[in-house]
Write a protein that binds this ligand. Sequence first.
Ligand code: ADP
Ligand code: MG
Length: 695
Amino acid sequence: MQAPSPLDVDVQYVKGVGPRVAPLLGKLGLRTARDLLYHLPRRYEDRTKLPPIAEARVGEFVTVRGFVRDFEARRTRSGMVIQSAVLDDGTGSIKLVWFNQPWVSRKLQSYTGEMIAYGQVRMGDWALEMNSPEYETVEDEEDAADFARIVPVYPLTEGVPQKLVRRAARGAVERFADSLPDPLPADLRRRYGLRPLGWCLRHVHFPTDLGEATVARDRLAFEEFLAIQLLLAMRRAETLQEEGTSFPISAMREPLWEEIRRMLPFELTGAQKRVIGEIFEDMERPHPMNRLVQGDVGSGKTAVAACAMLAAVRSGFQAAMMAPTEILAEQHYANLKRLFDPLGVHVTLMVGKLTKRQKERARNLVRTCQSPIAVGTHALVQEDVGFDRLGLVVIDEQHRFGVLQRAALREKGFGNPDVLVMTATPIPRTLTMTLHGDMDVSKLDELPPGRTPVVTHWKPPERRPEVYAGVRKLVEVGRQAYVVCPMVSESEKMQAQAAEELHRHLSQDVFPDLRVGLLHGQMKPKDKEETMERFRRGELDILVSTTVIEVGVDVPNASVMVIEDANRFGLSQLHQLRGRVGRGSHRSFCVLIADASTEDAQERMKAMVDTNDGFRIAEIDLRLRGPGEIVGTRQSGNLDLHVADLVKDARLLELARDAAREIVARDPGLALPEHAGLRESVGRLDPLRAAVIRS
Ligand code: ADP
Ligand code: MG
């Protein structure tokens, strides 16, 4: 349990809130004093300009102060109430105008005292005016608090006025800012040049200049990143301390690399060699490897995995490779068999569709270690496979189906094997650091030579006939095509209907003479596989599909993909889909059909046309659509940041990561007294977030 902090107090007890206002703040999700303090302004208004009214200029935002006269409220024929008053400071006057605000009438009807107003000066019919200014009558000087200064503007929601949040924030700052213990140790603050917490809270809410507000906000963002990075660093440190297998790789360096050269039909790229080197170093250490290999589609991850598996086998251990689907498992099986058969290393396939006898045989081969390599789906570890000496687990495409936990492996009695995770969805660096910060990351950032990149076109819907004519031409010379149906719904069922609809249209109206197949998520696994198999064998010319083809399907003869309503997909997803073509020697195409009317949409389509670099695309996607859209909602809870921003604060994140690793290296359990505050911050992380990071 977490020790209660003074900030956990219910927001209603903050000065200026109370039981009436608290429910309103609740609408903003602000329930405790902490919530309030960390509900940061969206922007600021500089009201420090307080010119004499005579010097107010049209177009400027200014604060003016004077005496109220000539209040009037009149109703127009359309029923609108227009209220106005004249504010006079002796140098000049300005007319203040409000629309339909009964409380303005109530307040000003009989008021002739002093008032402060803030707004933009405009030229009215007769004199200077201000429309819907913020105002405060000055009955005592405290009323003027929100004027003649830099004023925070908070994110709001329906029915919660700005002023109310501002007053509550002021109450919280006054009460807590000067007495809160700072979770960041003084030494850390000094080294990273960070201001104390209290100063930051005060200046982020009520800055005296905007530079201060930025300094304050950045420190709070750093603090937020730091807690997450500490959690990840602690987890990483745990793994690094566990006992694992030390594969004697240096001892067999020469013969191993010699065998790799014989095994692979090509020369490894520089990136592949580097990544294999990193993996080998991990494998040699007596602690379990926990490494993520990120590489765009076609960057050659399978070869890298094969080298790691060979090293495990030559060290006398078994290796398992897991894929998210049976189709993919079979593909890996075929590829690995081709590589390992000539070396006399047996590879076993373990998938659900094997007959009972086949399964029994496969299990036997694995159990007796006659087969050092097994390929399958997750069932590999869920079922009672019984490896003899499992040393390495390779997981392909992990964050499509939820990461397999090391703990789960251990629970199932697999000991503490090295784990290598491969992902073809390049995600931006900041996301990787946040989602997979407990892993070491290798990047395959180089494609094997001789690829002809997929040519991408973007066409508006009215040019569809032309696109179909192009597809027909390619089919006539023997190629095959994918048509991806528009994303109509989150519901699999409705999505399936859309695919059926498109299939009907294409097979009956557009390509009645061609063989058009259909693939969607609602089909029985057996039917899905049969369709895929027919497409692979060339018995279908066109495959209409939902995004179920996104992951890993390999049909080299398919050289064109048409994506309907492309604007409905995330860029990373489009890129992933596009990776299904261009896998053979044929020049390949991707056609995005999109009616992209907004600037954002145009930028997205242009990015797809302009680059084939998955990492660049992921960065653009992050900037345009935010983290949740990229990793999917399942993991995005983890990315729910209050202060920090994964797009703008990349540098702060790197700093926080370095700081976290340094702290954890010195004090793995955050047990030192000066780390008590940090320990508390980590403990306070949303349990959901902690769980997501863990999984
Ligand atoms: P990924 O899994 O990263 O999408 P693969 O491992 O399936 O990529 O490799 C894609 C294709 O590139 C395969 O046909 C593979 O044989 C080939 N390949 C991999 N590495 C190289 C290389 N260094 N040189 C030439 N071809 C390569
Ligand atoms: Mg692959």
